[in-house]
Write a protein that binds this ligand. Structure first.
Ligand SMILES: [Cu+2]
Length: 208
C-alpha cells in the first residue's frame, strides 16, 4: 500500500504523478501541512463538526470581494467558488478548488475530468476514511449531480485538485477550471485564491 506518514513534507514531487493517499490525523503538524498542501482533509467529524469554509461567509475565512459571484457554467450554477492559496510551492505543489455546483438541468450530470489554468494536472478527489484516518484519492466514476441538486466541494470532502503546480498561487490569484461531464458538457469557472489560515486552525482542531 502506498500509504505513509509525512511528519515533515506532505508529498514528494515523485508522488505527485501517481496518487496521494495521505494519512491525516497523525499529528497536529501533519494535519496542518496536509491542509496547506491540499486544502482538503478531515478527521472523523468531517461531516458533523467541521464548518464549511466553502460557504464563503464564515467568520474564519471571509471571501475576498468577487470570489463567490454565482455564475451559470454550462449545466450548473456555480457559487461560493474559491481556491486555497499556496504561497510556497516548496512545501506543496497542489491546491484544492471548492465551491457549490447546482445542476440546473433536468437530467443527472457526472463530472468526470478537468483541466485548470495554472497547472498541467487536474484531478477529482474524494476524501474517505480508510484504516482509521482520512485520505484523499481520485474519485471513481466522477461526481454525479442529480437534477436540481447542489453538490458542495469543500475541504475535508469532495474537491477538485490542482496538481503539479510550478509557481505559487497567491491570495487573489485566479484559477480557471474547465470541467467535463460524461454527458459532454463543459463547466468552466474561475475561483480566486483565498488565504485559508484562520479556517485551518478551526479545521485542524476538529480534525484532531
Ligand atoms: Cu486532493
Amino acid at each position: 500500500m502506498a500509504i505513509r506518514r509525512f511528519p515533515v513534507s506532505p508529498m514528494t514531487p515523485a508522488r505527485t504523478t501517481t496518487r496521494h493517499r495521505w494519512q491525516a490525523g497523525a499529528a497536529l503538524a501533519a494535519g496542518a501541512l496536509l491542509l496547506t498542501a491540499c486544502g482538503g482533509s478531515s478527521g472523523s467529524a468531517s461531516t458533523s463538526a467541521t464548518p464549511a469554509p466553502g460557504a464563503g461567509t464564515s467568520a474564519t475565512s471571509p471571501a475576498p470581494a468577487g470570489s463567490a459571484t454565482p455564475m451559470q457554467a454550462g449545466p450548473v450554477m456555480v457559487s461560493d467558488q474559491w481556491a486555497k492559496a499556496i504561497p510556497d510551492i516548496a512545501a506543496a505543489k497542489m491546491t484544492g478548488v471548492f465551491g457549490k455546483l447546482k445542476n440546473t438541468t433536468d437530467k443527472p450530470i457526472t463530472i468526470v475530468s478537468g483541466t485548470n489554468s495554472v497547472s498541467s494536472l487536474t484531478e477529482l478527489h474524494e476524501t474517505v476514511m480508510m484504516d482509521g484516518s482520512m485520505k484523499m484519492r481520485p474519485v471513481a466514476g466522477g461526481f454525479t449531480i442529480e437534477p436540481g441538486q447542489t453538490r458542495e466541494f469543500k475541504p475535508g470532502s469532495d474537491h477538485v485538485m490542482v496538481m503539479q503546480m510550478t509557481k505559487p498561487l497567491k491570495v487573489g490569484d485566479e484559477v480557471t477550471l474547465t470541467l467535463k461531464t460524461k454527458e459532454g458538457q463543459t463547466i468552466e469557472f474561475t475561483a480566486i485564491a483565498r488565504a485559508f489560515t484562520g479556517a485551518n486552525e478551526t479545521y485542524v482542531s476538529h480534525t484532531m
